[in-house]
Design a protein around this ligand. Structure first.
Ligand code: PGA
Length: 249
């Protein structure tokens, strides 16, 4: 059995004060939720406030991105150790918005995965096709390339420590959730790529999250698919009661 993960990606929303207000409401709503890992990934400036708010709870904190470098002259970047120093245990790598707007590639993603693992962070590695790729029948080819490209330098042992998130770009922030069947089909395909590269045990142990317009209304249908091991939630994670309903599906 794979333990579910419900992860919230706040993107560029909330200040430290708003972060505290979120957790004041959110914590009591999930205090007895033991069936899944709960992760919140706020903007960098909110990480300290988020970790302070969650101390002593089961809620874990993650970054939304990180540098592949340990330190150095990299203006605007944040290292894995820096994330850890403010209480992060997780980090999102290669979110499609980073791929689309900030030049993230499978190659930079692979360097970040290695750096995160070396620092002891759990990376959530994001992959997913664009609408034109789906419509032209390239979904599987894209998933294969992103899956294998990003994880290329990892050993099977390292691979067991990462989480994969399947997020079709056409479903992110659009309100157009993938049907549970479309998502499950992609997850099966991704798991097959993992099996070919890292073996059957790694494939069956790997937690694959779905992301893209997950809401309290559609989480149950998605989680009814045995292939779907949790969700990476954007918009609906900003609201404490909506995200708590997703956690408590
Ligand atoms: P969304 O975002 O839930 O707002 O569609 C998901 C994500 O980008 O991780």
């Amino acid at each position: 059995m794979r333990r579910p993960i419900m992860a919230g990606n706040w993107k560029m929303y909330k200040t430290p004060v708003e972060t505290r207000a979120f957790f004041d409401k959110f914590k009591p709503l999930v205090s007895s939720s033991k069936h899944c890992d709960i992760v919140i990934c706020p903007p960098y400036v909110d990480l300290q406030s988020a970790s302070d708010s969650c101390r002593g709870t089961a809620i874990e904190i993650g970054g939304q991105n990180m540098s592949w470098a340990k330190e150095g002259a990299y203006t605007g970047e944040t290292s894995a150790e820096m994330l850890k120093s403010v209480g992060c245990r997780w980090v999102i790598v290669a979110h499609s918005e980073r791929r689309q707007f900030f030049g993230e590639t499978n190659e930079t993603a692979s360097k970040k995965l290695v750096a995160a693992l070396e620092a002891g962070l759990t990376p959530i590695y994001c992959i997913g096709e664009r609408i034109e790729e789906r419509e032209s029948g390239q979904t599987h080819a894209v998933l294969e390339m992103q899956c294998n490209g990003g994880t290329a330098p990892l050993t099977p042992e390292q691979f067991t420590k990462i989480v994969v998130a399947y997020e079709p770009c056409w479903a992110i922030g659009t309100g157009k959730v993938a049907t549970p069947e479309i998502a499950a089909d992609a997850h099966r395909y991704i798991r097959e790529q993992i099996r070919k590269r890292f073996g059957a045990d790694a494939a069956s142990a790997c937690r694959i999250l779905y992301g893209g317009s997950v809401k309290p209304e559609n989480i149950r249908g998605l989680m009814a698919q045995p292939e779907i091991d949790g969700a990476l939630v954007g918009g609906a994670s900003i609201d404490p009661s909506a995200f708590a309903s997703i956690v408590n599906f």
